[in-house]
Design a protein around this ligand. Structure first.
Ligand code: S3P
Length: 425
């Protein structure tokens, strides 16, 4: 599939975006481990989240779709069955890493794999703490890459100090901790998204949070409950950033998750000169949501790094596109995690935006841009990375002439219907 983007002078309107990917995954996980029924409204029907559903079905959990809701008949903490086949996480790092924590704590044999991108992404970061908890996990490259074989069983608790600010690592260890009688803790170098912690609280599982440390009490059964998934901030980000960087734009995105561990982009766009307002703020299942209005402006460059980075890690590709339009220098540092996402997002963005005429300096942990730069529509590649494809689409909106994005079906991983929403504006 090829996405064709025609330039627009500005964008206006009111739109919705599909459900939050991180919360959708976790809703299926917690619903499957709970006793009784969990109904999920607003679930993201993207490929990543349907992989999580397929994996739990393979482990004997009954999951049905009724009136557009996902209805899970959870079997409790000890209710999973040994999967009869290899579990396939597809392109989804969240499915793979969170599931490994659960597989490690269950007394059965399993094999987990993924697509060619996921099979090259680092799994050592979760295998290492799980091994310290006593898990037996084997695989290629000293058990650092999928496919991985897990002989799950009894684990011991751990006080884990993670070297990376990664919600997937934190969640993996906390989920493994659910299968032990004691208290498991994770401390991270700066705060990553806290959807797992919020869902643990929502399901009344005892947890303690103190700054960068979170601990969970294991072996505590819980019951199913309804979950409303807000729109995904990271999907909204493409349109928010496009509108912010095009003077004359006025866009409202309805019902978007605004968990503060996710919304670093709003602070950065405001600092760059965009006008952003949150309206109708509310909370469902411990997760805040709001309607977000953004009015565009001539943006100015910005320097970002440090603890802000985990709060906007998935938005850096689109922020890179906006920085090209901004006046002055933009520098993004401390973002080497981008190199191990669905693609090396620093290299892929520099390479593809380069085809549109952009000049961007690559840094080991980020990039430097001097703007404004005028882009020319061109034929770009997605590298199979959904966020790269959509960030390039945003760049194409303010380019001269049309832009083609080849291999664009990957947008369905997190944003099915992206093109339709784009055409609405
Ligand atoms: C996610 C965590 C982040 C993020 C990913 C989703 C999650 O990854 O980039 O898109 O749902 O926990 P890391 O934990 O690798 O930072």
């Amino acid at each position: 599939m090829e996405l064709i983007i025609q330039p627009k002078p500005c964008i206006q309107g009111k739109i919705n975006v599909p459900g939050d990917k991180s919360i959708s995954h976790r809703a299926v996980i917690f619903g499957s481990l709970a006793q009784g029924v969990t109904e999920i409204e607003g679930f993201l029907w993207g490929e990543d989240c349907t992989r999580t559903i397929a994996c739990f079905r393979e482990m004997g959990i009954n999951i049905n779709i009724i009136d557009e809701k996902v209805v899970i008949q959870g079997k409790g903490l000890n209710g999973l069955q040994e999967p009869g086949n290899v579990l396939d996480a597809g392109n989804s790092g969240t499915t793979a890493r969170l599931l490994l924590g659960i597989l490690a704590g269950n007394p059965f044999y399993s094999v987990l794999t993924g697509d060619s991108s996921l099979r090259n992404r680092p799994m050592g970061r979760v295998v290492e703490p799980l091994a310290r908890m006593g898990a037996r996990i084997m695989g290629r490259k000293n058990s650092r890459l999928l496919p991985l074989t897990v002989m799950g069983g009894k684990l011991k608790t751990i006080d884990y100090h993670s070297p990376v600010a990664s919600a997937q690592v934190k969640s993996c260890v906390l989920l493994a901790g659910l299968f032990d009688r004691g208290v498991t803790s994770v401390t991270e170098p700066s705060l990553s998204r806290d959807h797992t912690e919020r869902m643990l609280q929502y399901f009344d599982i005892p947890i303690q949070k103190k700054e960068l440390r979170v601990e969970v009490q294991g072996n505590h059964g819980f019951t199913g409950r309804p979950i409303k998934v807000p729109g995904d901030f990271s999907s909204a980000a493409f349109f928010l950033t496009a509108a912010a960087s095009m003077p004359g734009s006025d866009l409202t995105i309805l019902n978007v998750g605004v968990n503060p561990t996710r919304t670093g982009l709003l602070e950065v766009l405001s600092q760059m000169g965009a006008d952003i307002t949150l309206m109708n703020e509310r909370i469902n299942n411990m997760e805040p949501a709001a309607d977000i209005r953004v009015q565009g402006a001539e943006l100015k460059g910005v320097t970002i790094g440090g603890s802000l980075i985990p709060r906007l890690i998935d938005e850096i590709p689109v922020l890179t596109a906006a920085a090209l339009l901004a006046r002055g220098k933009t520098e993004i540092r401390d973002a080497s995690e981008l190199r191990v996402k669905e693609s090396d997002r620093i290299s892929t963005m520099i390479e593809e935006l380069g085809k549109m005429g952009a000049v961007i300096e690559s840094l080991p942990d980020g990039l430097k841009i001097t703007g404004p730069q005028r882009l020319k529509g061109s034929r770009c590649m997605s590298h199979g990375d959904h966020r790269v494809a959509m960030a390039l689409a945003v760049a194409g909106l303010s380019a001269e002439g049309h832009t083609q994005i080849a291999d664009s079906q990957c947008v369905d991983i997190s944003f099915p219907g992206f093109e339709e929403v784009l055409n609405l504006l």
